[in-house]
Design a protein around this ligand. Structure first.
Ligand code: ADP
Ligand code: MG
Length: 245
């Protein structure tokens, strides 16, 4: 397998404090990677570097081996096929589920143009496929405001999928979800892996276990340990600095 994303020797400093300290991280195409680690480890900063929100002081962020993300703007990175979901859902509550998806498909054209957007038959098919994937096929006409917290999160994931991203970055996607919603989300992510590459930051260890992918433990801006969940849980350095506490 080949790496779709390589962070090579990335350093990010804020007023002299190194949020990322010569970070090296490689993710293979189609992987479902979990990133765990204590608060302040640099997990969100790592995602900020990948999406262009934060510029590294040093190092390369290579997408598909050739594109250096550290040289691109946030919009250019999104167009390369890197989608990000923040913790708080940002769906348009007054619009229907389907209209939210249309917005996502129509891209950055402004909301008025997006509302006049007429999907082609191919795009309509694509939207229904996405709704089925995220378990909202029956809810297409409902207003997004009526959805449960978990359903809003799934809609937002659907909005990312509509743009057919190569990589999906998800920061604490199951925070605030019920156990049943969390279990469904794990199932959804496992079904997306392979077709997409997923990088998931999460604290919920049951969820991490349910995802079943490789786990990277970050601490103090670097990778502390990497392997299966069982492997990193057995790693002395991890027990000392994070899981054992
Ligand atoms: N914009 C910023 N300005 C100053 N310090 C920051 C900024 N963003 C993050 N940090 C610091 O960098 C460290 C890593 O933060 P973060 O990436 O949010 O960690 P995590 O997501 O693993 O909890 C923290 O100590 C945080 O306070
Ligand atoms: Mg964070």
């Amino acid at each position: 397998m080949s790496a779709i994303l390589v962070l090579d020797d990335i350093t990010v400093s804020f007023d002299g404090f190194k949020a990322l300290d010569r970070l090296y991280l490689a993710v293979d195409e189609g992987e479902l990677r979990c990133i765990i680690g204590p608060n302040g480890a640099g997990k969100t900063t790592m995602m900020d570097v990948v999406t262009g929100k934060t510029r590294p002081d040093k190092g390369k962020a290579l997408f598909r081996q050739e594109v250096n993300l550290a040289m691109l703007s946030e919009a250019e990175i999104a167009r390369e096929g890197i989608g990000r979901k923040f913790q708080k859902p940002t769906v348009f509550e007054q619009l229907s589920v389907m209209e939210n998806l249309e917005l996502a498909l129509s891209g950055p054209r402004g909301i008025l143009r997006a509302l006049r957007f007429r999907p082609s038959p191919r795009e309509k098919e694509r939207m229904e496929e996405v709704l089925a994937t995220v378990g909202l096929l029956e809810s297409g006409e409902r207003s997004a405001g009526e959805l449960s917290h978990g359903q809003k999160q799934w809609l937002e994931i659907g909005m990312l999928l509509a743009q057919e991203p190569g990589i999906l970055l998800l920061d604490e996607p199951v925070a605030g979800m019920t156990d049943a919603e969390t279990a469904k989300t794990a199932e959804l992510f496992r079904s997306l892996a392979g077709k997409h590459t997923l990088v998931v930051v999460e604290h919920d260890m049951d969820f991490v276990a349910a995802l079943g992918g490789k786990v990277t433990v970050m601490a103090e801006g670097r990778v502390l340990s990497e392997g299966s969940l069982a492997e990193v849980q057995a790693d002395e350095r991890v027990i000392e600095s994070y899981l054992g506490r």
